[in-house]
Design a protein around this ligand. Structure first.
Ligand SMILES: C[S@@+](CC[C@H](N)C(=O)[O-])C[C@H]1O[C@@H](n2cnc3c(N)ncnc32)[C@H](O)[C@@H]1O
Length: 189
């Protein structure tokens, strides 16, 4: 069977090249408004590690990904870094964190997987823990480069998160085009 995107060296090299000029620095600035410096934070889907590096300047960060290809690159580039092999759906770790962060990762989950992920996110968070996640904005879903992509609106995100998290910020932002993305920052109820 063909290995999925993000799980081959060629696709990981391609993604690293495509994403070389983008970062979540503006999202991280918004996170800093609500998450105290030096807090513990788990990044889900660290990929090339661009945001992991920025986050590490302010927080006690553990990076993670479900892709061994990304993880081995991260471990050799940042030998002192802390990285876990984690699937965003199951988040199998005994550790708990003050915050969870993901930048353009959870859109790869189906609605059912996102609901499961939210339950596991609650388990990984300390009391009053913060989540900071970005999504592609839109409706429906599609397959892109063989990968499932689930679009969200403010209203679908509220439906998923509102019961378990107090939403502190839910706003549009521009990744490539005006209002193509959504940022959610919320606090565990
Ligand atoms: C679009 S890339 C974003 C990478 C990085 N956050 C960034 O901003 O460049 C999606 C990342 O999520 C990871 N990913 C996708 N599905 C995942 C899952 N179910 N569990 C953990 N990581 C996943 C991929 O391996 C990849 O690193």
């Amino acid at each position: 069977m063909k290995k999925p995107y993000y799980k081959t060296d060629a696709s990981v090299e391609e993604y690293i090249h495509l994403a070389k000029d983008v970062s979540g620095i503006e999202l991280i600035e918004k996170l800093k408004d609500v998450l105290p410096i030096h807090a513990t934070l788990l990044e889900i889907g660290s990929g090339p590690g661009t945001d992991w590096k920025i986050l590490s300047e302010a927080y006690n960060v553990t990076g993670s990904d479900f892709s061994k290809q990304f993880l081995s690159r991260l471990e050799s580039k940042y030998p002192n870094g802390d990285f876990l092999e984690l699937d965003a759906v199951t988040l199998k770790t005994d550790k708990t964190f003050d915050a969870l962060y993901s930048n353009k990762v959870l859109h790869h989950l189906t609605d059912e997987e996102l609901a499961k992920s939210i339950n596991h996110q609650l388990d990984c968070l300390n009391p009053n823990g913060i989540i900071c996640h970005s999504f592609w904005k839109g409706e429906g879903s599609e397959i892109f480069k063989g990968l499932f992509v689930n679009y969200h609106t403010k209203s679908t995100l509220k439906e998923f998160f509102d019961e378990y998290f107090e939403i502190l910020l839910l706003e549009d932002y521009k990744e490539f085009e005006d209002n193509d993305s959504l940022l959610l920052i919320a606090k565990k109820r």
